[in-house]
Design a protein around this ligand. Sequence first.
Ligand code: NDP
Ligand code: NDP
Length: 319
Amino acid sequence: MNDKNRIVELFNIDYPLIQAGMIWCSGWRLASAVSNAGGLGIIGSGSMYPEVLDEHIVKCKNATNKPFAVNLPMLYPDIDKHIKTIIKHKVPIVFTSAGNPKTWTSHLQSHNIIVVHVVSSLKFALKSQDAGVDVIVAEGFEAGGHNGRDETTTFCLIPQVAREIKIPLIAAGGIGTGRGMLAAMNLGADGVQIGSRFVASEESSAHQNFKEEVVLSGEGDTLLTLKELTPVRLLRNDFFNLIQKAYQRGDGKEELKNILGRGRAKKGMFEGDLKEGELEIGQISGLINSIKPASKILEEIIKEYRQAIKESNSIKFNF
Ligand code: NDP
Ligand code: NDP
């Protein structure tokens, strides 16, 4: 049996720990800090105009010699421009999400780019494998931000996907600690993708107000909503209450679209409007109690992961 970790080998990194691409939160500072610490940093391009992505890739390359990736939500309006920028700068790895993996995978791979596709169900995992992607991220509905409609949790999703696919698998959703990482690997994942924990990092481009709100939030403070548009997990706030009232009135898709308006995510996460903005974060925020440098977060997760492996052999499992 080959005992080398497939994700570490393929991405050429030290730990199979990937920082999620998150709109308004993961610019070049966070991505380079995570890559420098031995994980894989990702620039979230969904919130970046084409020239902003170009700038962030250049800055990321100047800040690290290690591999990093770009997350590309396929709903992005100027996707062709982002693809050209990624190819021009020879970004080694791309994480595609929210769309059909058939559209861009072979084009990116023909430029020697490793393609990872994010899914939230077994059905889309199998489709992605058929489309020829190199790696799959399976994300449970504990995750923050855009989310699956089926509400499958990471605990149920990972073993079912691991059983059916042959290519490497990264688990996401609800993971923010070393113990969580070990649990996901025990369920069959080759690595983990962690988002929320890195929102509350010093290098995240999230507004300080949002970072502090994540630290203050507890169990039960996030909910999945707007399933009729694009399902999204958010912190409860005035904006969330507006949506709840709309549901109580029986409002339809058009009214919901009007309430959402444009640029809510920027308002909340980047400009720090905690009342009117969209605050995308995962359920694991209840376990996040501090804002730290990304390298420290990564170091602590790996330390706890190793400690948890040792403890797994302890007496408490001897029954
Ligand atoms: P720079 O170091 O060039 O500048 C960061 C500055 O951006 C901050 O200091 C802040 O100014 C300013 N800024 C601009 N617009 C806003 C806003 N709406 N809310 C809060 N601050 C804002 O930045 P980077 O190298 O980190 O990034 C380069 C560009 O990319 C910047 O224009 C930045 O706004 C943008 N960016 C976009 C992201 C995205 O997801 N779309 C994520 C991160 C950055 P001040 O110090 O005066 O508060
Ligand atoms: P909205 O339609 O509400 O607003 C668009 C936002 O994207 C604006 O804030 C705008 O910045 C910014 N933007 C960056 N590039 C462009 C562009 N080329 N054309 C238009 N707007 C652009 O969308 P959201 O804020 O909800 O989502 C933004 C993007 O992020 C979408 O592509 C969406 O699919 C993706 N997304 C990805 C998520 C993920 O988990 N990866 C989660 C949520 C959204 P400005 O205000 O400065 O004009």
